[in-house]
Write a protein that binds this ligand. Structure first.
Ligand SMILES: [Zn+2]
Length: 92
């Protein structure tokens, strides 16, 4: 449980470890991955596709949890990249 004062500036999801920090200029909450890396455009959708849709529940703080769409990273997409990689031509 996080103190309400701190929650105004930073919150972290206990399930996926993602953090949101408030941009003190714009007031917007900015997503950071559990690694600390700042999320890029649509990173909350990527987070949903990789973690929250499978593992999250109502305690998850990701506002995009449940989102499914083409502009999102998923393990299936990553698997497809590996499956379609031309390993047989790697040494040509
Ligand atoms: Zn989460």
């Amino acid at each position: 449980m996080i103190h309400a004062c701190l929650a105004l500036y930073a919150i972290s999801c206990q399930l996926c470890g993602a953090c949101w920090f408030r941009n003190t200029s714009t007031g917007e909450m900015v997503h950071h991955w559990a690694t600390g890396a700042k999320g890029k455009v649509n990173s909350e959708r990527d987070l949903a596709g990789l973690v929250c849709n499978a593992l999250g529940d109502d305690r998850c703080l990701n506002p995009e949890r449940g989102y499914v769409g083409p502009d999102q990273d998923t393990w299936e997409k990553r698997r497809k990249i590996i499956d379609e990689f031309p390993f047989d031509r790697w040494n040509d």
